[in-house]
Ligand binder design. Structure first.
Ligand code: HEC
Ligand code: HEC
Ligand code: HEC
Length: 458
């Protein structure tokens, strides 16, 4: 019965669209983006995206027709555009070819084309030449050519960073050194413990004097593969990231001048820094312990905190027996429900910022909004970035509860269900969620050649 009503409504809307569509189509004033890419095949792709997707996904690309400002229409159209741009941005620079699409973007376009899920039906009813039609195959071919190596990747067996051994050793001492905090009580390892999957097992971390932070601590393992650091991406690199916690009042609460004074009293440090970072000729300082060198040493050490050889990596490398049939079924669900459109690449995440709540409003459900919930918006102050977060890695996720930036979920199974409902619009049954969770359990890797567990990883 409900189906019937939905179809009648749809039929009615399409009829209205057919009558009014041609009238309205004269009205939107689309600012065509000129293609400057040298790639000849890109012209057809950009033209199609401009025709079918730009109205909703490109900020400032379309001057909406007059009817968009009518009371009811404006609510629908503007909230649709806000949702569309929260979920996916195609920038003008992407369309011109100035800023090439990255592989996450390309594969999302591929996903919606294959599913025929975009543009939305209602839009097609209003803009009957808005569909991708016969351009679809051209687009798919071009995407495969432009982004050939997309997908889940194993951690390479060879250390990809070739880190300098002495700097690694020095960085390791610093990583475990409480003297980086104001009252010598907290080290990096306090909140990024190897016995807690590289995190701390708390909803939010406790810093100096037991002060509570505002956001869940992500794992330090494999952070060297992240495209940016922190949930909101405010640090571009690991080296830049290190300066955050040391001076953060609720984390280590220190000042760099203090830290450097303390470390400079330690002869071992003075000698080790001199070896790894020889002071320049012109330097007047007696040692080379500087913010820059401390950050460099710690971030060099962090490059060694990688966990290769999880069972699923072995599966990807060709050992089909490395995971059992339940785990494989979970992997197939993970792919078929598009989890992989965001959790992709070498870290099964950390390649893009994505909105928490693409298909449904997560924050309305959870309640009590905090400033940290604004995510990427806190860095850019652009509306389209509100509630967007760096997609977390899923490596070792079985060890890093509680989950999400708000640490609100303890059980991985529940986290999977929430992702299903809010990110891909899929209500998983208990059995399906359990299969996906079993798959996620195969992502626990090895540190220093030993399987990572919740204890004894030193
Ligand atoms: C009438 C507005 C509109 C048009 C036109 C439109 N989209 Fe969307 N799109 C949305 C909305 C709203 C969402 C977010 C909600 C959702 O995903 O259902 C979205 C979500 C997406 C997503 C996020 C992934 C997903 O499935 O949620 C992608 C990718 C996407 N669109 C690509 C495209 C492409 C490619 C085109 C052109 C072929 C296009 N869209 C045309 C409104 C639009
Ligand atoms: C008091 C707890 C605490 C201490 C001490 C601490 N961190 Fe963190 N760390 C966090 C929290 C919380 C975040 C997330 C903050 C955010 O995203 O806004 C974080 C984020 C990170 C990230 C980014 C990971 C990612 O996926 O984005 C790295 C890397 C990191 N910390 C390394 C370090 C290093 C190195 C030190 C020592 C210099 C350190 N942390 C000290 C709690 C802590
Ligand atoms: C549109 C992009 C997107 C899709 C699709 C997506 N995720 Fe996520 N995932 C995210 C983001 C963003 C977060 C962090 C959200 C937060 O912390 O508020 C996340 C967090 C998670 C976490 C918690 C990780 C942690 O350490 O806190 C798990 C587990 C997870 N996703 C699994 C899945 C599964 C399973 C699917 C498919 C059903 C899926 N995701 C689909 C973007 C996505």
């Amino acid at each position: 019965m409900n189906y019937l009503r939905a179809w009648l409504l749809l039929g009615f809307l399409i009829l209205v669209g057919l009558i009014l569509g041609p009238v309205f189509n004269f009205l939107p004033n689309r600012l065509t983006v000129k293609v400057i890419s040298p790639d000849k095949d890109f012209l057809a792709v950009s033209t199609c995206l401009q025709n079918s997707c730009m109205d909703c996904h490109t900020p400032g690309a379309t001057i909406l027709p007059w009817y968009a400002n009518m009371p009811i229409a404006s609510d629908i159209i503007y909230s649709d555009i806000a949702n569309a741009q929260g979920a996916f941005i195609i920038s003008r620079e992407n369309l011109s070819g100035e800023a090439p699409f990255d592989s996450v973007q390309l594969n999302k376009i591929k996903m919606v084309l294959e599913q025929n899920s975009m543009p939305p039906v209602l839009y097609l009813a209003m803009h009957w030449n808005g569909g991708v039609g016969s351009s679809k195959n051209t687009m798919l071919k071009w995407i495969d050519k432009a982004s050939p190596n997309y997908g889940l990747k194993p951690i390479p067996k060879e250390d990809p960073f070739h880190s300098d051994a002495e700097k690694v050793q020095l960085g390791k001492h610093l990583y475990f050194d409480n003297r980086l905090s104001v009252n010598d009580t907290i080290s990096c390892s306090s909140c990024h413990s190897f016995d807690r999957g590289g995190a701390d097992g708390a909803i939010v971390s406790a810093g100096v004097k037991g002060q509570k932070g505002v956001i869940n601590a992500p794992t330090v393992f494999n952070s060297a593969f992240n495209f940016v650091q922190f949930w909101d991406g405010r640090a571009a690199s690991l080296k830049e990231q290190v300066t955050g916690p040391v001076t953060n009042p609720v984390e280590m609460g220190s000042m760099w001048s203090q830290v450097i004074d303390k470390l400079a009293k330690d002869e071992q440090y003075v000698a080790d820094f001199a070896k790894s970072y020889p002071p320049s000729e012109s330097s007047t300082s007696k040692h080379s312990i500087t913010v820059r060198n401390i950050s460099d040493a710690i971030s060099t050490y962090e490059q060694t905190l990688i966990t290769p050889n999880c069972r699923f990596d072995r599966y990807l490398q060709g050992d089909k027996q490395a995971i059992n049939s339940d785990e494989e079924a979970g992997y197939k669900l993970f792919v078929s429900h598009n989890c992989v459109s965001c959790h992709t690449g070498i870290n099964f995440g950390s390649e893009s910022f994505e909105k928490m709540g693409v298909k449904k409003n997560y924050f309305a459900w959870r309640g009590h909004l905090t400033n940290a919930d604004n995510g990427r918006y806190n860095v850019t102050h652009e509306e389209k970035d509100r509630f967007e977060f760096k997609v977390p890695t899923l490596r070792n996720v079985a060890l890093t509860a509680p989950y999400f930036h708000d640490g609100s979920v303890n059980d991985l199974n529940v986290a999977v269900k929430i992702m299903g409902e809010y990110q891909v619009g899929q209500l998983f049954s208990d059995q399906e969620a359990q299969l996906v969770t079993k798959f996620l359990n195969t992502l626990t890797g090895e540190y220093n050649g030993k399987q990572l567990t919740l204890e004894n990883n030193h």
